[in-house]
Design a protein around this ligand. Structure first.
Ligand code: ATP
Length: 222
């Protein structure tokens, strides 16, 4: 029987936006993932936290965004741990939750380029598969230059025509995929809210309603 395939999509999700959803749907379809877990961090180790919304709100927004979307699920594992969110701890928990599954960490190129600052990153890189999504401003050749030779042997640029299967997972740990990313970021959304500009589809409607009702990202909070 084919192994189960699960995506782990960690982030601050401050807030989750349409770019996250779009990219996750592309990855899920392409890799045949049964499920992608959106895992908001409790305390992100790599981000400044000045205008960070409460973890409960960030988790709730992910729940609202994923509602009704097949295969996308909010996961509370890091929020419930109530400690600095290290991917290496999360991965251990997920291995117990999904024994025998192929686990794929999903992240954008900007995040992947900081991988060497992550706790136990060498161990992490060996312990699961990585899907690195290209984003505007991060063309693949720039990524390749930035990474140098360190991951060359174990990485693979997924061609548009290619269907990633178990033969590929057997030899490549880090797979770069062009997700036709939307040019949206959480910081741009926070800025739009602060300046009173409409969000016009940059976040799902239910997420916008939550931001408004909880008065998140207003001047007074940031
Ligand atoms: P900020 O603007 O606050 O830095 P962000 O928009 O990058 O936030 P995060 O929650 O930090 O959002 O992102 C979680 C993950 O999603 C990261 O791996 C990031 O690279 C990726 N990501 C964010 N926005 C996009 C997008 N538009 N397309 C593809 N991937 C994205």
């Amino acid at each position: 029987m084919a192994k189960d395939r699960i995506g782990l999509f960690g982030g601050t999700f401050n807030p989750v936006h349409s770019g996250h959803i779009h990219a996750a749907q592309r990855v899920r379809a392409r890799f045949g993932l049964r499920e992608i877990l959106f895992i908001p961090s409790y305390i992100p180790p790599h981000k400044e936290t000045r205008d960070l919304a409460p973890a409960a709100d960030r988790l709730e927004m992910v729940r609202l965004a994923a509602r009704g979307l097949p295969g996308l699920t909010a996961c509370a594992v890091e929020v419930e741990a109530r400690q600095t969110s290290y991917a290496v701890l999360t991965l251990d928990k997920m291995k117990n939750r999904y024994p025998g599954a192929w686990l794929f960490f999903i992240l954008g190129t900007d995040a992947f380029l900081e991988i060497e600052t992550w706790r136990d990153h060498r161990h992490l890189l060996e312990e699961c598969h990585w899907i690195v999504m290209t984003r505007p401003g991060w063309p693949r050749d720039r990524v390749a230059t930035a990474l140098g030779d360190s991951y060359g042997k174990r990485s693979h640029l997924l061609a548009d025509s290619e269907t990633p299967g178990e033969d590929l997972f057997g030899r490549a740990l880090i797979i770069f995929m062009d997700v036709d990313a939307l040019d949206v970021s959480s910081s741009a959304i926070r800025e739009a809210v602060r300046s009173g500009r409409p969000l016009g589809g940059l976040v799902p409607a239910a997420v916008e309603a939550h931001i408004r009702s909880r008065h998140l990202y207003q001047k007074d909070n940031g």
